[in-house]
Design a protein around this ligand. Sequence first.
Ligand SMILES: [Mn+2]
Length: 311
Amino acid sequence: MKTNTYAGIPKELGKLENAKIVLIPVPYDGTSTWQKGADKGPEAFLNASENMELYDIETETEVYKQGVYLADSVTENSSPETMVTAVHDITKKFIKKNKFVTIFGGEHSISIGTIRAFNECYNNLTVLQLDAHADLRKEYEGSSYNHACAVYEASQTMNLIQVGIRSMDSVETTVMDREKTYFAHEMVNDDSWMDTSIDQMTENVFITIDLDVFDPSIMPSTGTPEPGGLLWYETLEYLKQVFKEKNVVGFDIVELCPNKGDKSSDFLAAKLYYKMLSYKFQENEIEDDFDNHYEVTLKNNTKKFNEDDEY
Ligand SMILES: [Mn+2]
């Protein structure tokens, strides 16, 4: 199925051995409750990426020169649980190859696998979730691998920070850490949430972005659009700050549910992904020789695995 490189970059820069960045598409839509279509998300995202300028004006960089390997899509979907295991295994495999690993969904249940993999590889992990929904149910419709349960495990075993939340069930209030939850209706009146939430993060941060965190006026193509979401520049300002102050170890972007009449959402997703890479690698100089080794800024031995370990 895979014929092209990510964003049409030169083949050399798309080879695993030349790439610091790995992109794993997960076209999974097994548990979504209302609008189906998140399985078409990666394809729409990749199409939009191919039509995007690769020079980032703000950072004055061309981050694709760090090399981006487009991995085979994870297509395991015989059950939510086996899908999560497959996502976990492949994510962990690439982390252990010292790549900066990114994942594009698919619905939010895929993040159960990505978050678990990063948590097994990095000490004291913070999970920063940008989402309209709390996703804190322990179980939903008979499964703990439902999109409504995406960050329950993170809430129990990691430092979870939730931003942009504006829809949840009362049962989730019993799981939620109110101090680390930033509701959209509060954020709109007080921008101190940016600094306060960053102060609550540990050094190592994994970011999971559910695209429904954005306002439907700029991101209509998502499974469950909710009014009152984040806008483009405030989101970028926040993410830029997180990348600057913390060691972002990887990220996933989920819930793009493409709509024939709306191409702008696909482009928003493509640009968001590229912006995040640009912020991550902003300080890295590109060397003449390909340097495939992505080095995390290690502070206090934050990686749990040996560099030479084979997974
Ligand atoms: Mn979600």
